[in-house]
Design a binder for this molecule. Sequence first.
Ligand SMILES: *[C@@H]1O[C@H](CO)[C@@H](O)[C@H](O)[C@H]1NC(C)=O
Length: 442
Amino acid sequence: MSMRINLDQNDNVHPSTPGKIKIENRSYSLFFHRHIQRFLASTTPLIPWFVFIISLIAIFYTFNTPFPTHPQSYSSHDIQWEKKVRSSANPRRKDGHIVLVTGVAGFVGAHVSLALVKRGDGVVGLDNFNSYYDPSLKKARRDLLWSHGVFVVDGDLNDGALLNLLFDVVAFTHVIHLAAQAGVRYAIENPSSYIHSNIAGLVSLLESCKTADPQPAVIWASSSSVYGLNEKVPFSESDLTDRPASLYAATKKAGEEITHTYNHIYGLSITGLRFFTVYGPWGRPDMAYFSFTRNILQGKPITIYRGKDRVDLARDFTYIDDIVKGCLGALDTATKSTGSVGSGKRKKSGPAMYRIFNLGNTNPVTVPTLVALLEKHLKMKAKKNWLEMPGNGDVPYTNANITKAKKEIGYKPSTDLNTGLRKFVKWYLSYYGYSNKWNKNS
Ligand SMILES: *[C@@H]1O[C@H](CO)[C@@H](O)[C@H](O)[C@H]1NC(C)=O
């Protein structure tokens, strides 16, 4: 049986406290009343000043704290925690989805969650706020989400008890799984973090999804890096993906196979999305376009890698809003999971959906062109160092075939790199406080 708790019961947990302060003595009350009148009479001329000062304070805070800070994370055994989780999960439209988004304080997770909540779906977020890159950016994204009513649970995918508790408290219809150890080169420093998040964390999540009643449909982030050393372009979903060039790619490829197992045995509905170099406002600081922007603004040199024979590297840069539309398209077309193990007996009513889609832009751009566009939008020149690409996981070229995603989930990217970078630079300058200086200079 489901252990879900009726939403209405919540109100009975803290019965409203009847007023404790009662002034019984009438003469005392009169005395009190007169004093208040006298006080008001003497302060009346000050009221406009008072209002003025309060307004000033309000204006100060409006412009200095862009978003209300997310409440400190409660212990998951706390009734306040459950209240927050349930209210965040509550859809604001009829037949709205109820979605758990992992990696919610990440780049794609935050954007997808905002889009879901804006159209009335219920969203609960999960993130472990690890320090792979500046956690203050993740916390700012969390505060932005909170200003739209999305509650973020501070926890790790590998905490199976926490995941099970979440599925007991909320009957999620979908899970959008975006939590992962990203980045290609970081695997040389910290290989085990890829195993911890992308393999062990994934299995932990799927175990909870499998036993949840009802089982959610799972949409998750694979990666274009699974195409590895493939030379045939564009990359199509039916191409072989057995020659990964990095540990990151290998763990994403493993994820495609692990999710297939859970689809096959337990009837979980699975959609894997192979993202191609996603960029945009609130992006990841470890990505080249982001660190190039930072260095150009600080007058520091940037390193541009080139392939063999000085061939420029090229990427199928995909703007975040297009990726968000792809994620929502995948969510809206996912059919239900078909398994049920909640009752203790494992049953599968039939095969469940298993899909994989490329989400790219189909227009690869070389890194020097990317830099030229950044220089244009920043109105500054980059100091460039050219280096031959070391064999540490990067591939020279990516280009997506998106025919399948177009046909089956209505995916249609519409933002070119120039437009997307203009929006990114605008966000960057404002977020890092360059805007004022900027307007004076230009
Ligand atoms: C793109 O993928 C589709 C399948 O979705 C396939 O039919 C088509 O041949 C592919 N195009 C190219 C140029 O590889």
